[in-house]
Design a protein around this ligand. Structure first.
Ligand SMILES: [Zn+2]
Length: 499
């Protein structure tokens, strides 16, 4: 064996301050891999891990000899803050594994979503980065982030290159992993990188942060144009942040990695100014539930309705009933709803079997959840599955998903896919594997804020997507939340905000 020895690790979860805490099962059901299992997953055809680690490993494999030192990678569906005791036990495990590598590695790569919280910490990623530095010393260290990262000063200071996604939906995860590998190779060859970081008092609603069009796309594109024209610029990451993290360092920011400090500073300043110029365009424009119901009844063309306020991909529980209830009451025909998280109902449907008719009682165990209003309707079990689905399109393409026990129910003219697990409906395969023909539906309602766009784009273009204003943990109407830690004043919450 020859080539540089590289430590591999990661911690990836997006945490909504207002959602219930995440526990160990939230990681173990998605992706929690140690040692050789981390590496073999990254090299497999259908990894459990999202794209960064597989992209990094593939690029390192292509670009010369190296010796991977896989430690631990823990990823979960977005949720509430991670139980702090669980995070401490993870830190202890990373510490032990890093300690055995002290003086034994030439570099490190970490996959960090960047919008994590614990029930105690606002910046668990910063704590993990500090641990890597303290155990491994000043070896080249690269971290990659989701563009929804809330970027603390430590997140920028404690690594040598800062690599953030550039697409929303996130279709460039593998590319950013590969880019991280290329930058690590450059550092190993002796280059040194510097960084600049500018944060703005803009906490943008998630729906205003698409990268196909709109203000965020324009700033990202400007950064990429400048990077292409200046060889001193190594990476440009315009990070939108995740409002519901509710941290003191929330705010849209530009992070520039460069070989020259002046070049990094100048470009970061330019991108901050370009973002500020567009500040009044980072707003949500949603459709009321009444109007959405009217369009579902009357539209001549198939439509997709996004339940943006109950997005499991932002910590939502995937179980609110406002749209289903309204469409059912109005007698909407030819609608498909996916995917509703209701373990008790999914398990009951499996017990009753295909063909059974029963009263489907949603949210029977909703407990303290203020958004999980019960709803009941006559239903038929049309199809069942164990919920192991191969991601076909969009952010989950090529990955292996585990939805838990899954049932397709028919409620009058509406088909509903109910799952035991909790995940956002970002991939058509979640519906198709139960025999649903999405192309034949008059409307599709998804529990997803925006990642469904990368999966359902072959059925619905931008003009046929309706973002519905219903209550929920991920409502883009930010004035509805009891913010604790956001820096104030901030746009769009406080109109008097200045730079
Ligand atoms: Zn994201």
């Amino acid at each position: 064996m020859s080539g540089p020895r590289i430590a591999l690790l990661g911690f990836s979860i997006e945490c909504n301050r207002f959602a219930p805490p995440a526990g160990p099962e939230d990681f173990s059901t998605r992706c929690w891999l140690r040692g050789d299992a981390l590496l073999s997953d990254a090299r497999s055809d259908a990894p459990q891990a999202l794209g960064e680690m597989p992209g990094f490993v593939a690029r390192m494999d292509e670009t010369g000899p190296w010796q991977p030192r896989p430690l631990m990678l823990a990823m979960a569906e977005p949720n509430g803050p991670v139980d702090h005791a669980l995070f401490l036990s993870m830190m202890e495990e990373w510490r032990e594994r890093l300690r055995t590598l002290r003086g034994q590695v030439e570099g490190a790569y970490a996959v960090l979503h960047g919008a994590g919280l614990t029930t105690v910490l606002d910046d668990p990623e910063g704590a993990l980065q500090a641990l890597v530095r303290s155990e491994l010393g000043e070896v080249p260290f690269i971290c990659s982030y989701d563009l929804h990262a809330n970027v603390s000063d430590s997140n920028v200071a404690l690594n040598d290159a800062f690599v953030g996604y550039r697409t929303n939906p996130h279709l460039d995860m593998r590319e950013r992993g590969a880019e991280s590998a290329d930058l690590l190779r450059r550092l190993l060859a002796g280059e040194r990188f510097l960084r600049a970081h500018r944060r703005l008092p803009i906490v943008a609603p998630t729906v205003s942060l698409l990268t196909a069009q709109g203000p965020y796309a324009e700033v990202i594109n400007l950064g990429q144009e400048r990077a292409a024209a200046d060889p001193r610029i190594v990476n440009v990451s315009v990070m939108a942040g995740f409002a519901y993290g509710d941290t003191p360092f929330n705010g849209l920011c530009a992070v520039v990695t460069a070989t020259h400090q002046g070049a990094a500073d100048a470009l970061a300043d330019e991108l901050a100014a370009a973002s500020w110029e567009r500040r009044h365009r980072f707003v949500a424009a949603l459709t009321s539930l009444e109007e959405a119901t009217r369009r579902a009844l009357a539209s001549d063309v198939p439509l997709a309705f996004a339940d943006v306020a109950d997005n499991p991909g932002g910590g939502g529980r995937g179980n609110t009933m406002w749209i289903l209830e309204a469409f059912h009451r109005a007698g909407v025909e030819g609608a498909v709803f996916g995917v509703i998280h209701d373990p008790a109902l999914a398990i009951e449907a499996h017990r009753l079997g295909t063909g059974a008719r029963f009263e489907a009682r949603f949210n029977r165990d909703s407990g303290q959840d203020p958004f999980a209003r019960p709803f009941a309707a006559e239903a038929e079990v049309v199809a069942l599955s164990d919920g192991r689905v191969a991601g076909r399109r969009g952010i989950f393409k090529g990955t292996t998903m585990q939805l838990g026990r899954t049932a397709r129910l028919r409620l009058g003219g509406i088909e509903v896919v109910v799952i035991e697990g909790r995940t956002q409906c970002a991939d058509p395969a979640f519906l198709e594997h139960l025999g649903i023909d999405i192309g034949a539906a008059r409307c599709v309602v998804v529990k997803s804020r925006g990642h469904f766009r990368g999966g359902f784009d072959e059925f619905f273009d931008h003009e046929r997507i309706v973002e519905v204003d219903a209550p929920g943990l991920t409502s883009p109407i930010l004035s509805r939340f009891p913010w604790q830690k956001l820096p104030r004043p901030v746009l769009p919450l406080d109109s008097e905000t200045t730079r």
